[in-house]
Design a protein around this ligand. Structure first.
Ligand SMILES: *Cc1c(COP(=O)(O)O)cnc(C)c1O
Length: 389
């Protein structure tokens, strides 16, 4: 018998891998030192653990350890990147390009920068959620300092053409920032091969603890500089003041190490289960998979169930299955998803969408149960006929 409730909301957050918790525990008690204490072994131990974690995290994204700065999460990393570049390069220009389907961390930071005098272009996407390169190129101006495009979307899993975007940015001498929070650990992300200059990501989306994230800042070709946003000590090479969250960083490092080892297997398994879910749910009910023809992450399925509101369907299943109507951060508000609206969905289709996001611990039985339970609720709501489809 399958254990209930079933968690299919891994894009909102993931449980810690037990190996991560085990690695963290000694750093709460015995090895509690401050990584900035230079004068005794407690500090040295903590600093060494942080260094190992930094190397593991850098290895996951193909960076050098000293290019990785620790933050409190992806939201802070995004704020540091966008505000830091905006301040540092203000003399060159005040124009930033981003996309309508970005996470609220990027969109709200851009709104803030607009109030501070920056100009921001929010580019549209096509019906699959993809940014067109010619749309991007024609938005670049002499005073453009930054292009901010997410690697993969949190609601749909749609993967942007990152390498081409990076090449375009480079050709125009503009920095390229990517919020890769959903891509890192799930698909290969290589900052050098991808051409990314600055990149934000987070521990709790890859089976690490909450409250830790990182910003990659390129050191060569070009050497990127940003203004610090949290003033204080000279931690993180002066880029972010504040005592490091050593246990959290150690856990993040272990989570990264496990991803390096397991990514290929995890992706294959999640992809197989995700495809099963889509075939059974979308196939029989006339529902449609949002972003279906675009390259997508292997673990996400965003399905519009047409005649039934997402909220109503969720109310029918949420005692047994945890899914989301879209972005967790916005699900308090009754507005339809800004991502699906940008993809051209009508309000009704956007309201009828449900995001299933799978993870490393998702099983065949859980997916089979989910398919059966969703079909049952659709039948009760008379979307499906009593005897099947
Ligand atoms: C979860 C998420 C964030 C925010 O990350 P935190 O570490 O929770 O601050 C930012 N961007 C995307 C795409 C996300 O999925």
């Amino acid at each position: 018998m399958v254990q209930l409730p079933i968690y299919l909301d891994y894009n909102a957050t993931s449980p810690c891998d037990p190996r991560v918790v085990e690695a963290m525990l000694p750093f709460f008690t015995r090895h509690f030192g401050n990584a900035a204490s230079r004068d005794h072994s407690f500090g040295w131990e903590a600093a060494e653990a942080v260094q190992i974690a930094r190397e593991r995290i850098a290895a996951l994204i193909g960076a050098e350890a000293r290019e990785v700065i620790f933050t409190s999460g992806a939201t802070e990393a995004v704020n540091l990147a966008l505000k830091g570049v905006s301040e540092m390069y203000a003399a060159k220009g005040r124009h930033i390009i981003t996309v309508e389907t970005e996470h609220s961390a990027v969109l709200e930071t851009c709104r803030h920068l607009e109030k501070m005098g920056a100009e921001v272009s929010y580019l549209p996407v096509d019906q699959n959620g993809l940014l067109a390169l010619d749309t991007l190129e024609s938005a670049i101006r002499a005073d453009t300092i930054l292009i901010a495009v997410m690697y993969a979307n949190n609601e749909t899993g749609v993967i942007q053409p990152v390498q081409q975007i990076a090449a375009l940015a480079k050709r125009h001498g503009v920095l390229f920032f990517s919020d890769a929070t959903q891509a890192v650990g799930k698909i290969p992300v290589e900052v050098l091969a991808d051409g990314i200059d600055i990149m934000a990501f987070s521990s709790h989306k890859i089976y690490g603890p909450k409250g830790v994230g990182a910003l990659y800042i390129r050191r060569k070709q070009p050497r990127v500089n940003i203004s610090r946003q949290i003033d204080g000590g000279s931690h993180e090479r002066g880029w972010r003041g504040g005592t490091l969250n050593v246990p959290g960083i150690v856990g993040f490092g272990m989570a990264a190490e496990i991803c390096v080892e397991n990514m290929t297997n995890d992706a294959a398994q999640m992809g197989r289960l995700r495809d099963q879910l889509e075939r059974s749910l979308a196939g029989s009910t006339g529902a449609s998979v949002n972003g279906e023809s675009a390259p997508r992450l292997p673990n996400v399925s965003n399905i519009s169930f047409q005649q039934v509101k997402g909220k109503a369907l969720i109310a029918g299943i949420n005692k047994q299955i945890a899914v989301s109507t879209g972005s967790a951060c916005l699900s308090e508000t009754p507005e339809p998803s800004h991502v699906l609206k940008a993809m051209g969905l009508a309000d009704e289709q956007a309201y009828s969408a449900i995001r299933f996001s799978l993870g490393r611990f998702t099983t065949e039985e859980e997916i089979a149960y989910t398919i059966q339970r969703v079909q049952e609720v659709l039948r009760q709501q008379e979307v499906l006929t009593p005897n099947g489809d």
